[in-house]
Design a protein around this ligand. Structure first.
Ligand SMILES: [Zn+2]
Length: 114
């Protein structure tokens, strides 16, 4: 086990692997990345004459993650929503790309292919 990550020459990579890795690098070079699921909750504020008393309630956005078996949630203020949505989408995209690279290595081991 002397091989370091930096020792892997890109020349030995397949075109597919290079493509996935460069897209991954591109996604991660953007501002934020955030794991979690966005969830809209509705609640009534309690004011008798508010429109929410009759309707569905006010919407609030939360980011929900599970960490070490615990579920944590974070309120996302309206002015943060678009950023947080972008970061969460980038996280999912990065994960998919990482999965693609992982699949290539799965096949390498399965086929005993260096
Ligand atoms: Zn209300």
């Amino acid at each position: 086990m002397t091989e370091k990550a930096g020792d892997i020459s890109r020349i030995h990579m397949s075109a597919a692997e290079r493509r996935f890795r460069s897209r991954l690098a591109q996604v991660l070079s953007r501002r934020g990345v955030m794991r979690g699921t966005l969830l809209v909750r509705r609640r009534k504020c309690g004011k008798a004459n508010c429109r929410c008393a009759r309707g569905e309630g006010h919407e609030s956005l939360f980011l929900v993650i599970s960490e070490n078996g615990r579920t944590r949630q974070l309120f996302v203020p309206k002015e943060w929503e678009s950023r947080v949505r972008r970061w969460v989408a980038d996280y999912h995209h990065a994960r998919e790309l990482l999965e693609e690279v992982s699949r290539i290595y799965w096949d390498k081991v399965r086929q005993r292919q260096d």
